[in-house]
Ligand binder design. Structure first.
Ligand SMILES: NC(=O)c1ccc[n+]([C@@H]2O[C@H](COP(=O)([O-])OP(=O)(O)OC[C@H]3O[C@@H](n4cnc5c(N)ncnc54)[C@H](O)[C@@H]3O)[C@@H](O)[C@H]2O)c1
Ligand SMILES: O=P(O)(O)OC[C@@H](O)[C@@H](O)[C@H](O)[C@H](O)CO
Length: 382
């Protein structure tokens, strides 16, 4: 079996690429970072530090890399059995053209072996969104062939992987937590279901996607935003601050009430899931900056993402949302000199004020009670 993975970044090297390579699958990474590409092709292996009570260093072997914008990628898509991505939601549209060209080549060369494509991004049904971009870039004559031979498989992916230590000179070294979860929608595969240790198959993906995105990522984002406001640099320091922790836990309980109502989750098990996440945020072996977790606040404040979507759920079921509201207000206070979205948000707030800015980025009704509540919380923050 052969796989092409787009994005040799933190989650690409530290989780998805590692699982594929560990399963004995021949793995090629596609990326645009020349230093990473050169190092992968020079060494064909890299170290993964799995940190926790029982630390270990695993070596991922037998890997190579190509530039994501090269013709080699097109040829690989025509040949491989699995394509995975971990590039970030905003990059999916950019790689769609290459995938479309690769699928056309695959069809032209009469390769009818099943191909499965799995986007491993923090978004709801990211692979389905990638599929829409790919079909938009693919001439109509190939669409029926793609429907028959190519599976677009949605997934939920969970492992906290911060960037490498600032002091490390190895561009490939990656540090990961012990916990990991990769859940894929088994109803969307073409051909035989792959047996990859660490990949779990489900026919109830939406429940897992929403559970992860609207618990872990909701809590993570609020930890970052409130943490920055309280002057903390890392997620660990932020979550150990009782004032931050109370809002984060409260927000996860509020989104949890929505999930319990929507998917019939067991309330006790969900409470245990929240507690486990809080201990993961506290991990003393990971240095995860609030700026990584808070990155791209416009994406995180968009209608389908981790702050607004669960809040809409509380409105749907008439449930409390005071802590989610504080989290949204804190997101609007997020500032980062490195992050173009943080600057765009700041400029928008200056130009139109918090009420109109929130309505614009989130799609919420500017005259709604919930927007008024966020603006009140925002004005009360330093
Ligand atoms: N890091 C985590 O803890 C974590 C956990 C679960 C999910 N995710 C998700 O995984 C995705 C990647 O996150 P990350 O933390 O690994 O980010 P990252 O920045 O470390 O990695 C992204 C990689 O994509 C590469 N890239 C950019 N443009 C590209 C292109 N056109 N073609 C190919 N590669 C390209 C970058 O060079 C980089 O190596 C995001 O959607 C994120 O939400 C991250
Ligand atoms: O990757 P983002 O920007 O969507 O979210 C930042 C973090 O919350 C995220 O990367 C988590 O570390 C990850 O989702 C854990 O599984």
């Amino acid at each position: 079996m052969k796989a092409l993975h787009f994005g040799a970044g933190n989650i690409g090297r530290g989780f998805i690429g590692k699982l594929l390579a560990d399963a004995g699958i021949e793995l090629v990474f596609a990326d645009v970072n020349q230093a990473v590409l050169d190092a992968l092709n020079a060494r064909h292996q890299y170290p993964v530090h799995v940190v926790g009570e029982q630390a270990q260093v695993d070596t991922v072997t037998g890997v190579s890399a190509v530039n994501s914008t090269s013709e080699e990628v097109i040829t690989l898509i025509a040949e491989v059995d699995i394509v995975t991505t971990a590039v970030g939601p905003q990059i999916l549209a950019r790689i769609a053209d290459s995938i479309a060209r690769g699928l056309a080549k695959r069809s032209d060369s009469a390769n009818t072996r099943p191909l499965n494509i799995i986007a491993c991004e923090n978004m709801v049904r990211g692979t389905s969104q990638l599929k829409a971009h790919v079909l938009a870039a693919l001439p109509e004559q190939y669409h029926a062939w793609v429907e028959e031979h190519v599976g677009f498989v949605d997934s939920a992916v969970d492992r906290i992987v911060p960037p490498g230590e600032a002091g490390s000179s190895d561009p490939l070294e990656v540090t990961v937590e012990t916990f990991s979860e990769w859940i894929v929608d088994k109803t969307q595969f073409k051909g035989e279901l792959p047996a990859i240790p660490g990949m779990e198959l489900t026919d109830n993906l939406m429940a897992f996607v929403e559970r992860k995105l609207f618990t872990l990522n909701t809590g993570h984002a609020i930890t970052a935003y409130l943490g920055q406001l309280a002057g903390h640099q890392t997620i660990r320091d932020a979550i150990l601050d009782p004032a931050v922790r109370a809002v984060v836990k409260g927000a996860m309980q509020e989104s949890g009430a929505v999930l319990i109502k929507r998917y019939g989750f067991d309330a006790q098990k969900h409470a245990a899931y929240i507690e486990k996440i809080l201990t993961r945020f506290e991990n003393p072996y990971l240095k995860d900056d609030v700026e990584r977790v808070g990155r791209q606040p416009l994406r995180k404040l968009s209608a389908g993402d981790r702050l607004i979507k669960p809040t809409l759920g509380t409105l749907e079921y008439q449930l409390p949302h005071d802590n989610l509201v504080k989290g949204i207000a804190a997101a609007m206070r997020y500032r980062s000199a490195q992050d173009p979205q943080a600057q765009e948000l700041e400029a928008l707030l200056e130009k139109v004020g918090p009420q109109a800015a929130l309505a614009q980025v989130s799609g919420l009704d500017a005259d709604s009670e919930v927007v008024a509540a966020v603006v009140k919380a925002y004005n009360a923050m330093p």
